[in-house]
Design a protein around this ligand. Structure first.
Ligand code: PLP
Ligand code: COI
Length: 338
């Protein structure tokens, strides 16, 4: 490989790669996808996307497998979620095949940046769309600009798969019941940043967000979904303001394959103490097992123990085995890039 990167010590940071892709909808049709080395977006001062938050993004990964092949994990699912984000933001949705082809092209152009198998790292792909019409009024934005860039990444939480400390803090709501919590709009991250930073300052890894209407139900765990394990059952919250996670969907399938029951239903804060294991899951987080949860308002403390639970570990290994080509991909999740 021709690039000089310390693959074994990658964090979750931006690293410049060979190329990124650009595509544009001008109100009538999509442009061809163009390739550039330029890391900057030049935009007009009155670009709607930046004024009114009419933007959304995606996150997916490519893995160099044990067999040397490079696999993209479930890109069509990210394409569909990108479309539902576009729909809710009144933007033109990018067709699935164009999105998937762009991801494949991006990985091929940056193939030297897909970390070696032994490192356990991956290439993170970040598709990003924003309303690019120049206007001052608040209305539908018929022009869309899309960027696809990539960066090699290691674990999202420093130290890899380790137990994380989570805090329940009601100072901020991530998303309203009929808001944008179920799409990957940048505004969701902006509206929960302050409590996330406060949690970090207090020594926690992540904030658990509750439903905004009653603060009774568990929603998300930072930028990841929540799951709990009890009585041979994988339980994950259902709510209209949770982002439908591709990782969580995969884990539900793998849990069922392993003979676990799977429940997707409202989960109250009180129920948290009944779980034998708990975790956060997402593309960046993979599975981050939760060691403890502290509720700042009730001062209740839940301790899930000092070791990673057996079911979380088994799920993690099954998912990683598929992504790194060590196990049969029987659900056809991986797209082989080369
Ligand atoms: N929830 C939120 C708020 C996220 O930002 C993410 C990350 O993408 C997830 C859940 C996990 O989704 P996925 O598994 O599709 O990456
Ligand atoms: C992902 O897991 O892909 C995410 O989008 C998390 C990100 C906000 C860091």
């Amino acid at each position: 490989m021709g690039v000089n990167i310390d693959w074994n010590n990658l964090g979750f940071d931006y690293i410049k790669t060979n190329a990124n892709l650009r595509c544009r909808f001008d109100g009538k049709r999509w442009s061809q996808i163009s390739v550039t080395e330029d890391e900057y977006i030049r935009m007009h001062i009155a670009t709607m996307g930046i004024h009114y938050g009419i933007m959304a993004f995606e996150g997916l990964k490519a893995f160099r497998g044990k067999d040397g092949k490079v696999r993209l994990f479930r890109p069509a699912d990210n394409a569909r979620r990108f479309q539902s984000s576009a729909y809710k933001l009144c933007l033109e949705p990018m067709p699935t095949d164009v999105f998937v082809e762009a991801c494949i092209q991006l990985v091929k152009l940056n193939i030297d940046f897909v970390p070696p198998y032994e490192s356990g790292a991956s290439l993170y792909l970040r598709p990003l769309m924003y309303g690019s019409q120049v206007a001052i009024g608040v209305h539908r934005c018929p022009e869309v600009d899309i960027v696809f860039f990539a960066s090699p990444v290691g674990p999202y939480f420093k130290g890899g798969m380790q137990l994380i400390k989570v805090v329940i803090d009601r100072m901020q709501d991530r998303a309203a019941p009929r808001g944008t919590g179920d799409i990957k709009a940048g505004g969701n991250y902006a509206s929960s940043l302050l409590s996330g930073e406060k949690a970090h300052d207090m020594g926690y890894d992540n904030v658990m967000y509750l439903d905004a209407a009653q603060h009774r139900f568990v929603e998300e765990c930072g930028a990841a979904n929540f799951f709990g394990i009890k009585n041979n059952t994988y339980v994950t919250p259902a709510s209209p303001s949770i982002l439908p996670s591709v990782t969580n969907d995969s884990l539900r399938t793998l849990a069922a394959d392993m003979g676990l029951n799977v429940e997707q239903r409202p989960v109250t804060v009180e129920e948290l103490k009944t779980f034998e294991e708990a975790g956060a899951c997402g593309t960046a987080a993979v599975i981050s097992p939760i060691g403890s949860i502290y509720d700042i308002d009730t001062q209740e403390y839940i301790d899930y123990g000092k070791t990673i639970g057996p079911v979380s570990l088994a799920l993690y290994n099954r998912l990683r085995d598929i992504q790194y080509g060590r196990a049969e991909d029987k659900h056809n999740w991986c797209v082989i890039v080369e």
